[in-house]
Unconditional design. Structure first.
Ligand code: SF4
Length: 104
């Protein structure tokens, strides 16, 4: 009985610890390096105004991570995780060629 009761106590605690660790890792994740091979392949730049217009003629300066559908933070967050780059954070004012206008 004691063992079962202890187990019931421990499980929710472990769950909260895992959740806290996950949240901390997302917030503390390193910022994406534009030289990262996947970032480079997608034309990622840390400043949307520095996009190569010849390479990406459809790009406009109002497109940036902060208003992209794949940005996982508040629109005002300086940086946040992106669905494409697991374990990294992208800058709000950055851009890559996978940019999709955030719905709503
Ligand atoms: Fe930024 Fe969107 Fe590209 Fe992710 S997919 S790096 S949020 S522009």
């Amino acid at each position: 009985m004691t063992t079962r009761r202890r187990f019931i106590t421990i499980v929710p605690l472990a769950g909260s610890a895992l959740l806290a660790a996950h949240t901390a890792s997302a917030q503390g994740a390193p910022t994406l390096d534009p030289k990262d091979p996947q970032a480079a392949a997608l034309g990622y730049v840390v400043d949307t105004t520095k996009v190569d217009k010849a390479k990406f003629p459809k790009h406009t300066n109002d497109q940036h991570c902060g208003n992209c559908q794949l940005y996982q933070g508040a629109a005002t967050a300086e940086k946040a995780p992106c669905t494409l780059f697991q374990g990294k954070q992208v800058l709000n004012k950055a851009w890559c060629s996978a940019w999709v206008k955030k719905a709503g």
